[in-house]
Design a protein around this ligand. Structure first.
Ligand code: FES
Length: 110
């Protein structure tokens, strides 16, 4: 795994998304209300909108443009108009550092 240090845990705010770009891949990093860190593709599958500018609602990240909410666990939109998932990346925490491999997406069981 070619993991890259993406951000410090201390730079994440609960229930807010932060955009990082790793090797040209835009990724939304979210610390959820359970203290779990998620990393999903930052570009909405419905339009060229940055999901990290949207809203964390439970375990979803909602696009501000038209309201599709993407699962932080599967990347699957929970409502229209988006119908294509965004990628979900493996996150590793090492001390205060959050590592993500932008080249490897999580295998999601349907
Ligand atoms: S651009 Fe995100 S739901 Fe339309």
């Amino acid at each position: 795994m070619a993991r890259i240090r993406a951000i410090s845990l201390g730079d994440l705010v609960q229930d807010q998304a932060v955009r990082v770009e790793l090797e040209g891949v835009p990724i939304a990093v979210v610390l959820d209300s359970n203290g779990e860190v998620h990393a999903i593709g930052d570009t909405c599958s419905h339009g060229q909108i940055s999901l990290s500018e949207g809203f964390v609602e439970g375990d979803t990240l909602e696009c501000w443009a038209h309201g599709s909410a993407f699962s932080l666990r599967t990347g699957i939109p929970q409502n229209l108009p988006a119908y294509e998932p965004v990628p979900v990346f493996v996150v590793e925490i090492d001390g205060d550092d959050v590592y993500i491999d932008p080249t490897v997406t999580k295998e999601i069981a349907a």
